[in-house]
Each structure stands twice: as structure tokens, then as C-alpha cells.
Design a protein around this ligand. Structure first.
Ligand code: ADP
Length: 195
């Protein structure tokens, strides 16, 4: 099939959309353990950008997994396919002139490298939400760690599946040393230069 696909050059480009919105578009990619604070911080960043009249849209593990990625599980292959599709969707939002906010555990460096390749290095801003496993387990926001420890959930990141911390994230947030508002401020300051 793919040999019969040709790309049509539309007149309405990303540049024109960016010019109308009066800001650049890119992806804020939040990675970290479950319960580290990705959604909490991403949610506030999105709201703050919206208040500043920016075009912004959040993709989150739960809304994506109940929709476009319904049917994918948590094996290594499924996690990779999950992230590949999310990266393609995030890229479309960037093309549409939006700041795309993506909050996903995305535990493997190789999968995040694939995401970066799909989105493009220039448009991919990696934010490491760094919270110790002990603290995530203590928070246990969704009760998932307890279930994973009891063996009721398999392949749970941090318990019986690995988390590979980013070596050089654009932004490194240590949530045990910062409030949510401080984290949001740090991210807004960082992207101020890009907008
Ligand atoms: P994730 O999206 O990474 O799975 P959530 O955002 O759903 O995590 O949950 C993180 C929990 O940790 C929330 O209940 C949040 O209020 C709490 N929390 C406590 N301190 C912080 C902090 N400094 N930054 C982010 N979240 C924090």
C-alpha cells in the first residue's frame, strides 16, 4: 500500500498557523514513574499556557489508552507501539500549531529516542519528573503500587519492569525538593525563550 501514498503539499502550513497563533509549537514530553507527578504538573502547565492565550493540548496516558490505543497492553512491544502512536499524534498537534503536552511514563530510553526521532529533536522537550520509587509508593495515588506488590499487576514500572532515567533531560524536576507551583514556574521559564 505505502508505495501508492504521495504527500500532498497543502497551502496552509505550520508556519502560517504559528504566525496566526503568535507562538511556536513543540512537544513538552513528561517522563517519570507512575505517581511521580507528571499529570499534576502537566495539567497546571497546560492551564497556565492557556491563560497566556497559547494554543495547547494535553495527551495523557489514561485518555489515550481508553481511545486510540485501546487494546494495547504493557508488554515491551505494546508499550513501544503505544508511544509510537502518541508521538505521531503529538507531531500532528505541533503541525497544527499547538504546544502539545504529553505525560507518559515512557520508561525505556530507546522508546523515548524513537519518540524524539518521530517528533524531531528541535520540537521535543523532555521533562524528567524525578520522584523516588519510595515516594511514589508512599503516594500510591491510584493504588497501583499496592496491586503490583501483591502481584495483581504484571510489568509495572519500578516494581517488575525497568525505568531508565533520562541522562540529559531539557528540564529535570525533583518533586521531593520542589512544590508543584515551583515546578510549573521552572517549565514556563524554560519555554519562554522558545515561544
Ligand atoms: P503521574 O501522572 O506521574 O502518574 P500524578 O500527577 O497522577 O502522577 O500523581 C502525583 C501525586 O503526587 C499527586 O497526588 C500530587 O498532588 C502529588 N505531589 C506531591 N508533591 C508533588 C510535587 N512536588 N510535584 C508533583 N506532584 C506532587
Amino acid at each position: 500500500m505505502s508505495e501508492n501514498i504521495t504527500i500532498h503539499a497543502y497551502d496552509l502550513t505550520r508556519e502560517k498557523r504559528n504566525a496566526r497563533h503568535q507562538h511556536q509549537s513543540f512537544v513538552l514530553w513528561f517522563t517519570g514513574l507512575s505517581g511521580s507527578g507528571k499529570s499534576t504538573i502537566a495539567n497546571k502547565v497546560e492551564s497556565a499556557l492557556f491563560e497566556k492565550q497559547k494554543q495547547v493540548y494535553s495527551l495523557d496516558g489514561d485518555n489515550i489508552r481508553s481511545g486510540i490505543n485501546k487494546g494495547l497492553g504493557f508488554t515491551k512491544e505494546d508499550r513501544k507501539e503505544n508511544l509510537r502512536r502518541i508521538a505521531e499524534v503529538a507531531k500532528l498537534f505541533v503541525d497544527a500549531g499547538h504546544i502539545s503536552v504529553a505525560a507518559f511514563v515512557s520508561p525505556l530510553a530507546s522508546d523515548r529516542a524513537l519518540v524524539k526521532t518521530i517528533i524531531g529533536e528541535k520540537d521535543f522537550i523532555e521533562i524528567f519528573v524525578d520522584t523516588s520509587l519510595e515516594e511514589c509508593e508512599r503516594r500510591d495515588v491510584k493504588g497501583l503500587y499496592q496491586k503490583a506488590r501483591a502481584g495483581e499487576i504484571k510489568n509495572f514500572t519500578g516494581i517488575d519492569a525497568p525505568y531508565e532515567a533520562p541522562k540529559k533531560p531539557a528540564i529535570h524536576i525533583k518533586t521531593e525538593e520542589k512544590t508543584v507551583d515551583q515546578a510549573v514556574e521552572e517549565i514556563l521559564n524554560y519555554i519562554d525563550n522558545l515561544i
